[in-house]
Design a protein around this ligand. Structure first.
Ligand code: FES
Ligand code: FES
Length: 173
C-alpha cells in the first residue's frame, strides 16, 4: 500500500514515517522507532486507556485524547501527538505531575501516563473557563472516568486532578 509522504509531529518534532511503518500502531511506533516508552500498553484493544496520548489536528487546536494502541500512524497524518514525555519542561514537572506525586495518586504507576494525558487534554479544554465546584467531579469523570487502574487508585487520581483545577480557578487562569 503506497501511503505517499507521511508525516506526524511528536512532542513538537516533525517525524517522517517510512511507508513500511504506516500501518504500525502509534504506541508501537513511539516505542520502537522513537524510543518514547512512557506511553504504556496494557489491553492493546482500546479498553483500558493506559495508552492515552494527546492529539491536536493543528498546533493551536485544543488537545484531544486518543488511544495509541488502536490508532495507526497513517490515521493521524500531519497531526500533532503529545506523549507523557512532553509534560515536564526544562527538568520541571508539570503541575499535574507534581499534584500526582504530592497526592500519592499512583501505586505501580503503569496507568499513570494515560491518566496524565487525559487530564492534560481536560485542562486544555478548561483553560479560561471557571469550573464550579459542584461540576468538578462530573467534569473529571468525563475526561478520565474511562481510564482503568488495576491498583484501583481512582480516588487519589481524581483528588490530584481536582487540586490542579481548583488552583487554576483560584489564580483565574
Ligand atoms: S492499551 Fe488499553 S486502551 Fe490502549
Ligand atoms: S497505579 Fe497501578 S495500574 Fe494504576
Amino acid at each position: 500500500m503506497n501511503h505517499g509522504d507521511l508525516n506526524i509531529y511528536v512532542n513538537g518534532h516533525p517525524i517522517k514515517i517510512a511507508a513500511a511503518d504506516a500501518d504500525m500502531s502509534l504506541a508501537e511506533y513511539l516505542h520502537e522507532r522513537l524510543d518514547l516508552t512512557g506511553t504504556k500498553v496494557c489491553c492493546g484493544i482500546g479498553v483500558c486507556r493506559a495508552c492515552t496520548v494527546g492529539l491536536r489536528n493543528r498546533p493551536d487546536a485544543l488537545m484531544e485524547k486518543t488511544l495509541a494502541c488502536t490508532t495507526t500512524v497513517s490515521a493521524i497524518a500531519d497531526q500533532y501527538v503529545y506523549t507523557v514525555e512532553s509534560l515536564s519542561q526544562g527538568g520541571r514537572l508539570s503541575p499535574l505531575q507534581e499534584s500526582f506525586l504530592e497526592t500519592f495518586a499512583f501505586q505501580c504507576g503503569y496507568c499513570t501516563p494515560g491518566f496524565l494525558m487525559a487530564a492534560t487534554a481536560m485542562l486544555d479544554h478548561l483553560k479560561g473557563h471557571r469550573v464550579e465546584t459542584s461540576h468538578l467531579e462530573r467534569t473529571i469523570e468525563t475526561w478520565v472516568g474511562g481510564n482503568l487502574c488495576r491498583c484501583t487508585g481512582y480516588v487519589k487520581y481524581k483528588e490530584a486532578i481536582s487540586k490542579v483545577v481548583q488552583a487554576r480557578t483560584e489564580r483565574g487562569a
